[in-house]
Design a binder for this molecule. Structure first.
Ligand code: SER
Length: 316
C-alpha cells in the first residue's frame, strides 16, 4: 500500500520545499499539505491542501482519519526570535502540536512521525566547537526549551509506546523559494536578497558570529533520508545532530562579493546577537553520517552560486 503523508506547516520555509519533494517521490495525491492559512498560494494550488491549526487535536485527528494518513511531518513552529517576543505562544504551539501527533501515533492512527529539532537545544554551557551529539544542553531561549523538551518526549514515546518518531537538529537553513520567518539564522537568507536588490545589507549579528548552516537541498535530503531509512538504523530517538557548513556574516559577505563586487555589509547587532552567542559554532554530526548515511553536498561557495543564480532569475 502507498504511504499517505500529511505535512503540518506546509506553507513555511522548509514545509513548502518538503511538500514538493515528497510529492515527486510519492505522487501528488498521496501528500496532503496543511497550514493554518493559505499564505503560500503556489503551495496551496499544487495539490491537496487543508487548513489546519496544529494546536487543534481534533482538526489534526480528523484530517489523518479522512485521508488515511500513516506518516506526519510536523513542521509548524514558532522560531527563536519570535519565541522571545511571544514566549507563551511559542510554548503552546511547539509543545501541543507535538503532543497531538505523538498521541495519534501512540493510539495507532498514524505509524511514523517526523518532528524537527534545532541547534537551539544547545546553550551557553554547551561546548561550542564541534558540539557532540550527547552533551550539556541548557538552552536559554523559549524556542530552544521547547525543542529540548520535545526531544525528551520523542524519546519517551519511542521507548515507552514504540512510536516511530524521527528527528534532526536543523542548523540555520538557507533557501531561495520561501522566506524564513522569525529565526536568528534568517540573516543568511536576507543577505542574498538584499545583495541583489540593493547591493548592501545591514546585518543584525556581528561580523564574527559563526553559526552552523545548511543549504535547503541538503536539509530536504536529510529529512527524507532519515524518514526513508530502515527503522533499525535510527538508533537515536531524541534528535540527531546535523551539520554541513559553518560561517560568519563576514565570510558569507565575502562569498557574495565574488559574484556582486560592489556589495557592502554593515553590522548592527540587536537582541538576536545574544541568541546566536548561546548557540554552537559548529556541530559534530558523525552519528547521523554513521547510522543513516547522511552526507551534505553544498559548501558555502556552491550555495552562494546557486542562491545568486536563482534569486537573479526571481527578481528579473
Ligand atoms: N533557524 C532557527 C532559528 O534561527 C534555528 O533552528 O530560530
Amino acid at each position: 500500500m502507498k504511504s499517505k503523508i500529511l505535512i503540518i506547516g506546509a506553507c513555511g520555509q522548509i514545509g513548502s520545499e518538503l511538500t514538493s519533494k515528497l510529492r515527486q517521490l510519492h505522487g501528488i495525491d498521496n501528500v496532503i499539505a496543511s497550514d493554518i492559512n493559505t499564505r503560500n498560494l503556489d503551495l496551496v494550488n499544487s495539490g491537496p491542501f487543508e487548513i489546519i491549526d496544529a494546536k487543534n487535536f481534533n482538526a489534526v485527528k480528523d484530517c489523518c482519519k479522512n485521508y488515511n494518513i500513516d506518516t506526519v511531518y510536523l513542521m509548524a513552529a514558532l522560531l527563536s526570535a519570535t519565541g522571545e517576543k511571544y514566549p507563551m505562544e511559542a510554548w503552546d504551539l511547539n509543545m501541543n502540536s507535538l503532543f497531538h501527533v505523538l498521541n495519534l501515533a501512540k493510539g495507532g492512527t498514524i505509524k511514523k512521525v517526523f518532528w524537527p529539532s534545532s541547534i537551539a537545544v544547545f546553550g551557553p554551557t554547551t561546548p561550542n566547537k564541534n558540539t557532540p551529539q550527547h552533551t550539556t544542553m541548557e538552552p536559554t531561549t523559549v524556542y530552544g526549551i521547547t525543542k529540548q523538551v520535545g526531544e525528551r518526549w520523542c524519546e519517551y514515546y519511542n521507548q515507552r509506546y514504540g512510536v516511530d518518531v524521527r528527528s534532526i537538529r536543523y542548523p540555520g537553513i538557507i533557501s531561495w523559494k520561501t522566506m524564513p520567518g522569525g529565526g536568528t539564522t534568517d540573516y543568511a537568507v536576507e543577505i542574498y536578497h538584499k545583495a541583489i536588490t540593493e547591493k548592501k545589507y545591514e546585518c543584525f549579528l556581528s561580523k564574527e558570529t559563526e553559526l552552523p548552516m545548511m543549504f535547503m537541498e541538503d536539509a530536504i535530503d536529510a529529512t527524507v533520508g532519515i524518514m526513508e531509512s530502515d527503522t533499525k538504523k535510527i538508533q537515536i530517538r531524541s534528535a540527531y545532530n546535523l551539520a554541513a557548513i559553518s560561517f560568519t556574516p563576514e565570510q558569507i559577505a565575502n562569498s557574495i562579493k565574488k559574484h556582486i563586487p560592489g556589495f557592502q555589509i554593515t553590522y548592527k547587532p540587536d537582541f538576536r546577537q545574544a541568541i546566536a552567542d548561546s548557540w554552537p559554532k559548529s556541530i559534530d554530526d558523525s552519528a547521523a553520517r554513521k547510522d543513516w548515511s547522511w552526507n551534505h553536498k553544498y559548501d558555502l561557495e556552491a550555495m552562494t552560486k546557486e542562491m545568486i543564480l536563482q534569486l537573479k532569475k526571481k527578481y528579473n
